[in-house]
Write a protein that binds this ligand. Structure first.
Ligand code: PEP
Ligand code: MG
Length: 743
């Protein structure tokens, strides 16, 4: 059964339109369970009815005609309970509804399973039998599992029936505030067949030539690489060569190009057709060949993509859309053309989201229902406040968002008036605002003039973009540049925080749980030479400027800190011995692991300052992977547990007279900033785009009012309540425009 399940899901996911998907479901499920009838009803909430959308076993004319009122019949009962109903003789049940359009006879055996997506009932999958029948446990679990796996595909198919759902939005997570209206440019990982979009072939003969050239290139490479193996081991290469020379593959692809699809799309469909044949086979060995065909397809695609080099033409209002977007892909778009970012994966605390906020580009992440491959060139609206996107929006929606965007501009112009004014509360308490930078290379980071200095310089970038560890000299030049730009203002530079979602290609680490694994200071202490090279580069870079502070990431134990401090001291002594005029800069610890919160006092005693990384602290406190869209809804830095952790941190630091800064994304969020002010943190560090917004908030509140709000927030039992509370407080001060579209 497991095997049929896998195949049905695969087939359904490949179906391009909803009707096809549903037809596949009813045919295959009826077959697998041996029932007399299998039907799918979809729920039409607007008309308050369940509509028969596909059936195998009932009269085909009944499709679309049978409409069961929402709370009637057994189908209604399954949907109401959002739970399965299994009856050996349904005909005697009080909820049994005899529907004449469907069948001429009464059915006894009944199994109804709800199709649920994100806690919403989309419809009901029904199996029926003429005779009384008690469906066996494994049949029931089969149908439940299938319904759970198909819900996504059904939802997707439904959304593509634009006429039934004219102005629905797709929901994701709000990743960067603002609204944008633009044209979709889809980016996809190279050589990923599934992600290749359909595109009309502009020049059919040219597409055919490109395909033939790619095939010839691959044949040549197969000959070449295959030649290195023994006769036995060459079997796969021989099989590939045969496939490439077979007419079915080549002709199939060419026919599809002639029918109008571009070469990459034609290849995708031809490969899918071939893998289907293998996928259907019962023999596991033969089934495995499907993955060989897929590999071959990717190989050809990679050659094809080289031929049709991604000379992406970015429209004036580009909204970059992808399952995942890499920093590289983002940096290829001319800044002036980029108006929005949408991903199906990722989450609001992923580095791509941090970048979006840094650039002030509205973004929605984790919009998992988006069918990326079909969107290229379509018009899209991104609501970065609510994490919503509208595809091909109706004119009403478009007008509404155009109005909001105009309001936004006006609001932003109001914020502009805050430039140069001090960041202090209405009762004269100063909260210096610093800049987070380092994620993209920039000569002079935006917002440099407005910031009190740099509160977090992430040093990973030069390590990520190279194919080896950068030398001490390279690093020194890099750090010198940022220190000079901001001198005499302080620049807090964080030592290398690789691992987690920032792996180095030349330092591979295989881990099943990278965020709980070898990252940050753990790698540094296990490889003191890497750490000391960086510290030496930092101290040398600061010579004569003396505006450097060093920040240590991912500290979990006091011992780690002691060891890191020893290595810093050793590097300093080495440099002094070598005759360099360096000084020992202030060192701080990042509080981003719950253990560090509880030892804040012990850590603070050893260093000059603490800086809270709320991105990781939230992830670890709530046990929610920052980058996993399935659990993204649980990630919220306004969770009362996070607020309490921050209180403890400030109290711990206070015991030793140390200051606490916050450099996670919470500091740049107007709602978070108010609460941090109440908690009593001394400074905030954020991306450039947040500086004026947060300054606006700080200048509107007294410290006493922020403390009052915090007291109320600490009474709340969940993040949503905290959010409501602080949003209301902002609205009352006329600052609603900071947290929602419009003024
Ligand atoms: C954090 O964890 O809050 C932080 C600032 O570091 P990063 O986002 O780089 O992990
Ligand atoms: Mg962190």
């Amino acid at each position: 059964m497991l095997e049929s399940l896998r195949r049905i899901v695969q087939e359904v996911n490949r179906a391009l339109v909803l009707d096809d998907a549903l037809r596949i479901i009813v045919t295959r499920v009826r077959e697998a369970v041996g029932a007399d009838v299998c039907s799918v009803y979809l729920t039409d909430t607007q008309n308050r009815e369940h509509v028969l959308m596909a059936t195998e076993g009932l009269r085909p004319e009944a499709v679309n005609r049978v409409r069961i009122p929402l709370n009637r019949g057994l189908v209604g009962w399954v949907a109401e309970k959002a739970d399965l109903v299994s009856l050996s003789d349904a005909s005697t049940h009080s909820r049994y509804l005899f529907v004449t359009e469907t069948g001429e006879e009464r059915f006894c055996g009944f199994l109804g399973v709800p199709i649920v997506q994100s806690r919403r009932v989309l419809g009901v999958l029904v199996l029926r039998q003429r005779e009384p029948r008690c469906f066996a446990d494994d049949e029931v679990t089969f149908v439940i599992t299938l319904a759970a796996q198909l819900a996504g595909a059904i939802e997707l198919g439904r959304m593509h029936q634009q006429d039934t759902l004219p102005s629905r939005y797709l929901a994701g997570r709000a990743a960067s505030p603002g609204v944008a209206c633009g044209t979709v440019v889809v980016v996809y990982p190279p050589a990923n067949l599934e992600a290749v979009p359909d595109k009309p072939a502009q020049d059919i003969p040219a597409e055919i030539t490109a395909l033939r050239e790619a095939l010839a290139e691959v044949i040549c490479e197969i000959e070449h690489i295959g030649g290195r193996f023994s006769q036995e081991d060459r079997a796969l290469f021989d099989a590939w060569r045969l496939m490439l020379e077979s007419d079915t593959l080549v002709d199939g692809a060419i026919q599809r190009i002639e029918a109008g699809n571009w070469a990459q799309g034609a290849l995708r469909d031809t490969i899918a057709e071939h893998t289907d044949v293998f996928d259907q086979m019962e023999d596991p060995y033969l089934r495995e060949r499907a993955s060989d065909v897929r590999d071959l397809g990717r190989w050809i695609l990679s050659r094809l993509q080289k031929h049709s080099a991604p000379v992406l033409d970015y429209p004036a209002q580009t909204v970059l859309v992808g399952d995942d977007i890499s920093v590289m892909q983002l940096s290829e778009v001319p800044r002036q053309s980029l108006v929005g970012i949408v991903t199906t994966g990722g989450s609001v605390s992923s580095h791509i989201a941090i970048l979006a906020r840094g650039m002030g580009v509205p973004a929605a992440m984790g919009v998992s229902e988006l069918a990326v491959s079909r969107l290229n060139g379509m018009e899209i609206i991104v609501d970065g406040y609510r994490g919503r996107v509208y595809i091909d929006p109706s004119s009403t929606i478009r007008e509404e968002y155009a109005r909001l965007a105009a309001d936004e501009q006006e609001f932003a112009a109001g914020l502009d008036a805050l430039r140069g004014l001090p960041s202090e509360t209405t009762d004269g308490y100063g909260v210096p605002l610093y800049l987070n930078t380092g994620l993209v290379s920039e000569q002079r980071p935006a917002g440099s003039d407005e910031a009190a200095g740099v509160g977090l310089y992430r040093t990973e970038l030069p390590f990520l973009v190279r194919d080896r560890f950068p030398s001490e000299e390279t690093q020194q030049a890099n750090y010198r540049c940022i220190l000079q730009t901001f001198s005499p203002r302080t620049v807090t530079i964080r030592t290398l925080d690789i691992g987690g979602d920032k792996p180095l290609s030349y330092f591979p680490v295989e881990e099943s749980n990278p965020f709980l694994g070898w990252r940050g200071i753990r790698i540094a202490l296990d490889h003191p030479q890497i750490f000391m090279t960086q510290v030496r580069a930092l101290l040398m870079a600061a010579a004569g400027l003396d505006n450097l502070q060093i920040l240590l990431p991912m500290i979990t134990t006091v011992d780690e800190l002691d060891e890191a401090l020893k290595l810093i001291q050793r590097s300093y002594e080495e440099l002094i011995e070598e005759g360099h005029p360096v000084i020992l800069p202030p060192v701080g610890v990042m509080i981003e692991v719950p253990a560090a919160v509880y030892q804040a006092a012990a850590l603070a005693r050893r260093v000059s300052f603490l800086s809270v990384g709320t991105n990781d602290l939230t992830q670890y406190l709530l046990a929610v992977d920052r980058n996993n869209p399935h659990v993204a809804a649980l990630y919220d830095e306004l969770h009362p547990a996070v607020l309490n952790a921050l209180m403890l941190t400030v109290a711990g630091a206070r015991q030793h007279g140390r200051e606490v800064s916050v450099c996670g994304e919470m500091a740049g969020d107007p709602l978070g900033a108010v609460l941090l002010l109440g908690i009593g943190v001394h400074s905030l560090s954020m991306s450039a785009a947040s500086l004026l917004r947060v300054k606006g908030v700080i200048r509107s509140f007294s410290r006493a009012r922020a403390r009052e709000l915090l007291t109320d927030a600490l009474q709340c039992e969940n993040a949503a309540a905290v959010r409501r509370l602080v949003t209301d407080a902002l609205e009352q001060l006329g600052l609603g425009g900071l947290v929602r579209p419009g003024r």
